[in-house]
Design a protein around this ligand. Structure first.
Ligand code: ADP
Length: 499
């Protein structure tokens, strides 16, 4: 009994301990469950967040794809635009510019219908310039849609591009355009060259998926501007071409007139030369006999001559000499002018010619107290020329220099090479000449009106002869001079190619 009491107590204790133990276990488990619940909630939250992010990524991807598509469309459109504008800018025919828009360009721009009209201000009507995807009937309908005419003109006037999307606030106009042009979306852009008739370009599509974006509107505006620019260039080219044609025609007419005048002048000049030549010939014979008789009488062989008569005979003799000189010069000029006087070309040393001429004129240098010097370097001396004619050139120019240079003055001759020519400069410190005489002195009978010319005799033929001789040698002659500042006569002669 005692034992069973102990057993009962022991069992009671054990049960209590088990209950306590179980309670502790339950408490621990519950704690764990609470922790687990917290973790599950956190996990769920992260899963939700991840799901949100995944959705965002998918949405972004879709948008990116859309943007990419838009970009691709834009790039294709830009390429089409670039090709088109190149073709247009190289077209100089106004009528051909609109025709450069082809189906493939439209496809690249995502349209399948296009047409363009220009407004003829003279005929007060729209003229069809191009159409794609439309029949003749369609374009006729578009053209004669009188209720749209003012809208077309407003568009041209405003210079602003319209599209089916931009006309949301004007549904009546938008729907009218849609039905007349048989499209669901469209862009209508003005073509406004600075000069001449303006117009508009229409591009549209029947596709219901097409949405006309801001970018599409911009592209078509650029295209319409390019057309305007190309039209402007073509019109400008046409204008320039026409004025060039006019100018060429005028130049041709003037050239013909001038050739005719030149022919007439040649005939007159030949007549003049022939006349001078024959008169001079006629004069030379009687002059020679006058001079001959005067000389015979002066010898006294035909009887003694009183002083008074001798004096007059001397005058006759001197004047006859002057006349013979004049006649000879005239005959020489006429001969060279007509090409009858052939230049006998040989190698001539200009230094030797200068020495010979200065020798000939030495008495005059002395009488006029003029210092003469010449510098002709070896490489600028040898010319191909007619020796006696070239001597005449030097005698005439240096003779004039002596005549027009006061005592104490200087005359210098210098030469140098210019390309394949030798240039000779004959300078004096004489009275010089006015500007207006610089060309005239080479004309027949021209003499400057100055004191020296009033006091000395001269024919005004010397320099004419000199010019003819130089030109007969393919050379040139000119003079630089100023009143009271001396003169420099310069001429060129072809250099001798031998020796
Ligand atoms: P001429 O000497 O017989 O008058 P030229 O034909 O030789 O005829 O010369 C024409 C004119 O050119 C001269 O009358 C003179 O007025 C002018 N002239 C020529 N050489 C000179 C010079 N070295 N200095 C000033 N005037 C000159």
């Amino acid at each position: 009994m005692y034992e069973s009491k102990y057993l009962i107590n022991f069992l009671g204790m054990a049960s209590l301990a088990s209950i306590i133990f179980l309670g502790i276990v339950i408490l621990v488990k519950m704690n764990k469950i609470r922790h687990l619940n917290g973790a599950v909630t956190k996990l769920k939250k992260s899963l939700d967040e991840m799901d949100e992010q995944a959705k965002l990524i998918v949405r972004t991807d879709i948008e990116l794809n859309k943007i990419q598509e838009e970009l691709d469309k834009k790039i294709t459109g830009l390429y089409a635009l670039q090709r088109l504008s190149h073709q247009m800018s190289t077209t100089m025919e106004e009528g051909q510019i609109f025709k450069k828009i082809e189906v493939e360009h439209l496809e690249d721009l995502d349209f399948e219908k296009a047409c363009a009209f220009s407004w003829s201000s003279a005929e007060k009507t729209f003229i069809l310039q191009m159409s794609l995807g439309y029949t003749q009937e369609d374009t006729q309908r578009i053209k004669s849609a009188t209720d749209l005419e003012s809208a077309y003109l407003d568009l041209i006037h405003s210079g602003k591009t319209l599209s089916s999307d931009s006309l949301q606030k004007e549904p009546a106009l938008r729907d009218k355009i849609k039905s007349i042009f048989k499209v669901t979306s469209f862009v209508l852009s003005p073509v406004s060259p600075k000069e001449g008739d303006k117009g508009f370009l229409f591009l549209g599509t029947e596709s219901i998926d097409t949405i006309i974006s801001e970018g599409d509107r911009e592209l078509i505006t650029i295209l319409a501007n390019q057309i305007g620019q190309a039209l402007e260039n073509a019109r400008l080219f046409e204008k320039t071409w026409r004025s060039q044609q006019d100018l060429e025609k005028k130049v041709e007419e003037r050239t013909q007139e001038l050739t005719h005048t030149l022919d007439e002048l040649r005939i007159v000049s030949k007549r003049k030369t022939d006349f001078i030549s024959s008169v001079s010939h006629e004069l030379r014979t009687p002059l020679t006999s006058i001079k001959g008789y005067a000389s015979i009488l002066l010898t006294g062989n035909l009887g003694a001559i009183p002083d008074q008569i001798r004096e007059r005979l001397d005058k006759i003799n001197r004047h006859s000499d002057e006349l013979v000189q004049l006649v000879n010069n005239l005959l020489d000029i006429a001969r060279i002018e007509s090409g009858r006087e052939i230049m006998k070309k040989e190698i001539v040393d200009l230094n030797a010619v200068t020495e010979k001429v200065s020798d000939l004129l030495s008495v005059q240098f002395k009488d006029h107290q003029i210092e003469f010097s010449a510098q002709m370097p070896e490489e600028a001396r040898m010319v191909s020329a007619d020796r006696s004619q070239i001597e005449r050139v030097f005698i005439n120019i240096i003779g004039n220099a002596i005549k027009f240079t006061p005592a104490g003055g200087k005359i210098t001759v210098q030469s140098h090479k210019v390309d394949k020519n030798i240039q000779v400069d004959i300078n004096d410190t004489g009275c010089g000449m006015p500007e207006e005489a610089l060309e005239a002195i080479f004309e027949e009978f021209y003499r400057v009106d100055n004191l020296i010319n009033q006091q000395t005799k001269g024919t005004g033929l010397g320099l004419t002869l000199v010019k003819h001789i130089i030109e007969a040698h393919n050379g040139k002659i000119w003079v630089k001079s100023r009143i009271n500042a001396g003169s420099t006569f310069s001429f060129t002669m072809p250099e001798s190619t031998q020796g």
